[in-house]
Design a protein around this ligand. Structure first.
Ligand SMILES: Nc1ncnc2c1ncn2[C@@H]1O[C@H](COP(=O)(O)OP(=O)(O)OP(=O)(O)O)[C@@H](O)[C@H]1O
Ligand SMILES: [Mg+2]
Length: 265
C-alpha cells in the first residue's frame, strides 16, 4: 500500500481535481484505491457525487479523535477509519464542514499529528490511499501530509504556482520530522494555458528548475468548462469526457505517477 497526499498550501491549485481524477484512473486499471477527504470544504466528496448528509462519524474524525458513543463520550481506544462509501470504483472517506473541529481539538492530544498516519497504517486491502488536504498550513494539512509515504504537489503553471514552491518544499521538510522518509514524488503541472505567454514562461521556469528536486509531470491543460461541468455531474473527468484530450492528459499523468513511484503502469 502506498499513501499519497496531494499537498500545496496554496488554494485552488487543483489538489482536489487531481486526487479525484488520478484516483479514478488508478482504480479503473484494477488497483484498489481509497480516497480520504480531509478538507472541511468537502469538495472531493461533493464532486464525486455524494450529495446526501455526511455524518461526522462517516469522516476521518473518529480515526483522529475517537468515536463518540450515544452519550457523547469519546472512546479513543479504537481509532479506526469508518467504513468507506463506494464512488466510481473507488472507496471514499468523505468530509463535511465540522471536520474543521479537528484543527482545534487535535492540539490537546499528545503526538496528535500522528493520528491519521496510525489509522491509515491499520488499513488493509488497498494499493493506493490518496489524501486531499485543505489549502492551509494548519493541523488538517499536517495530519494529511504526515500520514503519507510520498507527497504529490499539484502546481499551476503560473505566478501563483511559482510563488508557492519554496513554502511547499520547506513544509515537506518540516513534516518529515514526524514522517521519516517523506518526500515529493512528483510535481503535477495543472491548469496550464499554453495560449498565454505567461503560462508558457512559467512552465519553462518550472521544468528548468524543479527536476533537481523531483520529477515533473506533463501538463494538465486548463479547460474550465470541462472541470465545472464534471463537478456539477459528480464525475471524474475520465467519466465525464472519456477519450477526450483532457482524459488522455490525466491518463498520461497517471502513468508518470506510477513511473515515479517505481511501479509498472
Ligand atoms: N485543468 C483545469 N482546467 C480548468 N479549471 C481547473 C482545472 N483544474 C482545476 N480547475 C478548477 O480550479 C479550481 C480549483 O481546483 P481544485 O478545487 O481542484 O483545487 P484545490 O487546490 O483543491 O483547491 P482548494 O485549495 O480550495 O482545496 C476549481 O474550480 C476547478 O474546477
Ligand atoms: Mg481542494
Amino acid at each position: 500500500m502506498v499513501v499519497l497526499t496531494f499537498f500545496n498550501h496554496a488554494g485552488g491549485v487543483a489538489k482536489t481535481s487531481t486526487v479525484r481524477d488520478l484516483g479514478y484512473v488508478l482504480a479503473e486499471s484494477g488497483r484498489r484505491v481509497l480516497l480520504i477527504d480531509m478538507d472541511p470544504q468537502a469538495n472531493l466528496t461533493k464532486w464525486l457525487g455524494v450529495d446526501d448528509d455526511v455524518d461526522l462519524a462517516d469522516t476521518a474524525y473518529p480515526a483522529v479523535l475517537g468515536a463518540m458513543d450515544s452519550e457523547g463520550d469519546v472512546d479513543d481506544a479504537e481509532m479506526l477509519l469508518p467504513p468507506p462509501r463506494q464512488v466510481h470504483g473507488m472507496d471514499l472517506i468523505p468530509a463535511q464542514l465540522n471536520i474543521a473541529i479537528i484543527e482545534r481539538e487535535i492540539l490537546s492530544v499528545f503526538m496528535g499529528v500522528l493520528r491519521l498516519r496510525e489509522a491509515v497504517r491499520r488499513l488493509q486491502g488497498y494499493d493506493y490511499v490518496l489524501i486531499d488536504p485543505p489549502p492551509s498550513l494548519g493541523q488538517l494539512s499536517a495530519l494529511a501530509v504526515v500520514a503519507a509515504d510520498r507527497v504529490v504537489v499539484p502546481l499551476p503553471t503560473n505566478r501563483k504556482g511559482l510563488d508557492g514552491i519554496q513554502t511547499v518544499i520547506k513544509m515537506v521538510r518540516e513534516y518529515r520530522k514526524a514522517a521519516p522518509g517523506l518526500g515529493i514524488v512528483l510535481f503535477v503541472l495543472t491548469q496550464h494555458d499554453r495560449r498565454t505567454r505567461h503560462d508558457r514562461e512559467s512552465h519553462d521556469i518550472i521544468t528548468a528548475q524543479l527536476p533537481a528536486l523531483a520529477p515533473i509531470s506533463s501538463p494538465l491543460s486548463s479547460r474550465p468548462a470541462y472541470y465545472s461541468d464534471a463537478q456539477v455531474k459528480g464525475m471524474p473527468i475520465p467519466v465525464y469526457a472519456p477519450g477526450s484530450e483532457a482524459d488522455q492528459e490525466i491518463r498520461q499523468v497517471a502513468r508518470e505517477l506510477l513511473a515515479a513511484l517505481g511501479s509498472r503502469s
